[in-house]
Design a protein around this ligand. Structure first.
Ligand SMILES: [Zn+2]
Length: 338
């Protein structure tokens, strides 16, 4: 079975900590962040041409002005520190469900700087080590990278070769023409993302609004997905709070005919309904006329024990499946075959 690639934007982090993180800190909503982070001090004495309170607009302007380079450096430090301090609550969050809904043939490529997805990955590792690859397309405060030995890991880890703490990765800040090749770690993530998208059966876009400063990024994703004529069997899934009409308009260049599913939340997406077997289940439904059973997946407000319970059979099946073979189906209506 081919891969399932998930692209994450800021909306996914908002859905993960809708009421703030463990300490009540709000996640990356770019609008209004200037006030929230008390950045007025940094901007004091600078008269901005933009009237926007959106961080991307303000950062782009500062970055383009030679008289504002000190403010740019201060802004970057404040942002880094703010995101680095975010922590997952103790209870299972959307990022935990997401990490557990995929296996090691799959990937999550995120545009987010916050460390919450990485924290989810670390604690989900207690259930299984059969987890997706995580790729950080704009860098991430939760990831460290040793450039000398090309080793990366969580920010608190050490390089397995030189045994030194992994230095933080650079963050790619919001300017209109981002250079995705200037930083080695970020370039590596892009190369891997393009490769896995090319080889994917399913693509899920979760909470990613493709802001105007990301035109280049969307072009790269589209290039990897390729012509729709060659994507007649594949399925695209969009998880977004915006309406279906807006979703279709925004992502039409990725969707062949009616081969898509739009849901307003994670639990009604293929990933939420068919964790760890999304590609297998959709393939069986579309190609083999198998009736899927969407009642056995993740539900809102589960406990860690609930999660352990619903995953026990699929995890057992995985442990019994020889490497390279397809996992058996799990989410289908059994009466259909009796
Ligand atoms: Zn090293």
């Amino acid at each position: 079975m081919r891969a399932h690639t998930v692209i994450l934007g800021a909306g996914a982090t908002v859905a993960t900590v809708p009421n703030g993180d463990k300490n009540g800190n709000k996640s990356s909503v770019m609008n209004g962040l200037i006030k929230k982070l008390h950045l007025d001090d940094i901007l004091h004495g600078i008269s901005l041409k933009t009237n926007s309170d959106n961080l991307e607009d303000i950062y782009s302007e500062l970055h383009s002005r030679s008289d504002c380079q000190e403010a740019v450096a201060q802004l970057e430090q404040v942002l880094y520190d703010y995101f680095a301090a975010l922590e997952l609550p103790e209870y299972p969050t959307i990022y935990d469900y997401l990490v557990l809904s995929l296996t090691d043939k799959d990937a999550i490529a995120t545009f987010n700087w916050d460390p919450l997805l990485l924290q989810a990955y670390v604690r989900c590792h207690k259930f299984t080590d059969n987890l997706p690859h995580i790729l950080c397309l704009h860098g991430n405060v939760g990831v460290g990278y040793c450039a000398e030995h090309r080793e990366f890991g969580t920010i608190d880890a050490i390089c397995p070769i030189c045994r030194k703490p992994l230095p933080p990765t650079k963050l790619l800040y919001p300017v209109n023409h981002k250079n995705y090749t200037s930083d080695e770690y970020i370039k590596g993530c892009w190369d891997a993302t393009e490769f896995i998208i090319e080889n994917s059966y399913m693509l899920t876009i979760f909470g990613y609004s493709a802001p105007s400063s990301d035109i280049e990024a969307v072009k790269l994703l589209k290039k990897a997905w390729g012509d729709l004529d060659k994507r007649q069997l594949e399925e695209v899934s969009i998880i977004d709070i915006i309406s279906e009409d807006e979703v279709l308009k925004k992502w039409e260049q990725f969707i062949y005919s009616h081969h898509y599913r739009h849901s307003n939340d994670f639990f009604h997406s293929y990933l939420g309904m068919f964790p760890r077997r999304s590609c297998e289940t959709v393939f069986a439904t579309v190609q083999l006329n198998v009736t899927p059973d969407s009642s056995k997946g993740f539900q809102k407000d589960m406990t860690w024990d609930d999660i352990s319970g619903i995953l026990s059979k699929v995890l057992h099946d995985e442990s019994q499946t020889p490497k390279g073979k397809n996992y058996p189906l799990h989410y289908y209506v059994k009466e259909q075959f009796s």
